[in-house]
Ligand binder design. Structure first.
Ligand code: HAM
Length: 526
């Protein structure tokens, strides 16, 4: 007998269950609405892309690309079957063609594999045909198969760790630069990073992000993008929102600052931890991100980028701040905000929120002029952000738990009706629960459910007959607002019984009066 294996979600992934999913839907719906009001349109992107896209955009030395991507070699359809002995020659030719055309990654390993296969095949065919199979033959065949196994035929692909690279790839691929610029796009969906899971940090997590591509790099665009996230968070009544901003300069001024920083870090190298010591070489800016307690006083004494910006960057940053002021957006300047992806320049920002512990960044973003060009497109300005949706939800739930009276208010504003999150019971019960008994009543119940649903009400219709007492208990448990009671009497008389579950009152109504009544009273209770 097969053993009963118990399957579990993979570490760092999780199921999102009702009633929480209702909150996710409303958070997403609110994003659709707020972003549309700022002129953004939705883009839907693939979940996996060529690994090189992320390596080039995010940066090969970043943690995301060097350690955290889920990468695999895809297979090429034409080569999915291992050939029979006599077909190795043809097969090797095909492999070489695909390699030359760039369809098989042009790596040193693959080239070596092809050369070995060609050599083994030529040795194999040089054996006179009338010789019966010798050990040499078999050895050659074995070698060809072994080389095949070690080759990576398909393109290397990765589950997306973020979506900015994909948006830029799509912008280039579909010539979106031909449309009126700038183009404002937003997306939502799962991202994948192999990080150590903890509260607010998952291996599959969700982002809601937006990008503005093309047109000018006017600071008003930076400010409006930030204003949009802040408007969205305000609409959700997210608590403890703190916006940090910085400018990390451009390719003219940043390299000089990075060198200065590296030189200063070299002087204090011995006092730094292993990670920071490594970063002096790979990416000194990331040392500023360090959370290690003993490094803090050292970092505080390091030179600050604001003092080393070129005039253009200085003016751009000053204008971003003025534009934020004009919009009434409050911010804190944080010279240590450098962000962990390589494509940023000038404006960077991060937003934290209440109730998240150490993983408290709920949104990160910045300007990335030049990224589209780096990926093979025309010179293009770009700025955007991504919200960590898991953290956003967590923060909304945490603050609603801490402040229960606010819950109904907050949820009503998100949901249009009350969702009570967290430990409290889900209150999104059906509008009407139909309690029916008897075959004739079931026929009426099915018809009534159809009519009520098409009038826009949510209806729970039990699939099997239940005694009225049990059915009403069930209606109560589900949090239904009304129970429609249909027995033989109701069906014969055409007068249906409607029970209001909140106060237990009952009344008799005809079908058309029932609809009028519900339209009035359900709308009131939403
Ligand atoms: P990021 O800072 O890597 O930026 O991610 C943005 C947000 O995603 C973070 O602030 C956090 O809320 C959330 N996040 C990241 N990793 C995890 C994780 N393992 N678990 C849960 N949440 C996570 C980007 O991804 C850029 N593409 C943002 C951007 C768009 N910049 C310009 N345009």
């Amino acid at each position: 007998m097969a053993s009963k294996q118990k399957f579990q979600a993979i570490r760092g992934t999780r199921d999102l269950l009702p009633p929480e999913t209702a909150l996710w839907n409303r958070v997403e719906q609110t994003a659709h609405e707020v972003f549309a009001s700022f002129g953004f349109s939705e883009i839907r992107l693939p979940i996996f892309e060529q690994t090189d896209l992320f390596a080039r955009a995010v940066g090969g030395e970043t943690d995301i690309v060097s350690k955290e991507m889920y990468t695999f070699v895809d297979s090429i359809e034409e080569l999915s079957e291992i050939p029979k002995i006599g077909e190795y020659g043809e097969f090797t030719k095909k492999v070489k063609e695909l390699y030359t055309a760039g369809q098989i990654p042009q790596t040193a390993d693959n080239l070596l594999g092809i050369q070995h296969m060609e050599a083994a095949w030529s040795r194999f065919t040089s054996i006179p045909p009338d010789t019966s199979a010798s050990l040499d033959d078999l050895e050659n065949v074995y070698q060809m198969t072994a080389f095949l196994d070690s080759m990576h035929f398909g393109p290397e692909v990765s589950l997306r760790p973020e979506a900015t690279a994909s948006v830029c790839r799509a912008y280039i691929e579909h010539n979106i630069n031909q449309l009126p610029q700038p183009v404002k796009l937003y997306y939502m969906g799962p991202m994948f990073r192999r990080e150590r899971p903890q509260k607010g940090r998952y291996r599959q997590f969700y982002q809601i992000g937006a990008e503005v591509l093309g047109g000018t790099d006017a600071p008003a665009i930076d400010a409006e993008v930030i204003e949009m996230v802040m408007t969205y968070f305000a609409k959700l009544e997210l608590q403890g929102v703190q916006l940090d901003i910085n400018s990390i300069g451009c390719k003219n001024c940043r390299p000089k600052y990075v060198e200065l920083l590296r030189a200063e870090l070299q002087k204090v190298k011995d006092k730094l931890g292993a990670d920071s010591q490594r970063r002096i070489e790979t990416n000194p800016l990331r040392v500023l991100d360090s959370k290690l307690e003993h490094e803090q006083p050292i970092i505080e004494k390091l030179p600050r980028i604001a003092d080393h910006l070129c005039n253009d960057c200085k003016a751009h940053y000053a204008e971003v701040k003025r534009q934020l002021d004009l919009r009434g957006v409050q911010y804190r300047e944080n010279w240590r905000l450098v962000r962990g992806l390589d494509y940023y320049m000038r404006t960077t920002f991060e937003i934290t929120a209440a109730g998240l512990g150490s993983q408290n960044a709920v949104c990160g973003g910045g300007r990335y002029d030049g990224l589209v060009e780096l990926l093979g497109g025309p010179p293009t300005k770009g700025i955007g952000f991504a919200i960590g949706e898991d953290r956003l939800i967590l923060s909304l739930q945490e603050s609603s738990r801490a402040n229960v009276p606010r819950v109904a208010e907050m949820s009503a504003s998100i949901t249009g009706r009350a969702i009570v999150t967290g430990t409290l019971r889900s209150a999104v019960g059906p509008d009407v629960y139909i309690a029916w008994m008897g075959d004739r009543a079931q026929v009426t119940a099915i018809r009534a459910a159809k009519a009520l649903r098409s009038a826009g009400f949510s209806v729970e219709l039990p699939p099997v007959e239940q005694k009225f007492g049990k059915a009403l208990g069930q209606a109560d448990k589900l949090g239904a607002k009304f129970a429609l009671i249909l027995g033989d009497n109701e069906v014969s008389s055409g007068e249906w019984t409607l029970k209001t579950l909140a106060d237990g009152s009952q009344q008799k109504l005809t079908e058309s009066r029932l609809l009028d009544f519900l339209r009035k009273h359900v709308a009131e209770s939403r």
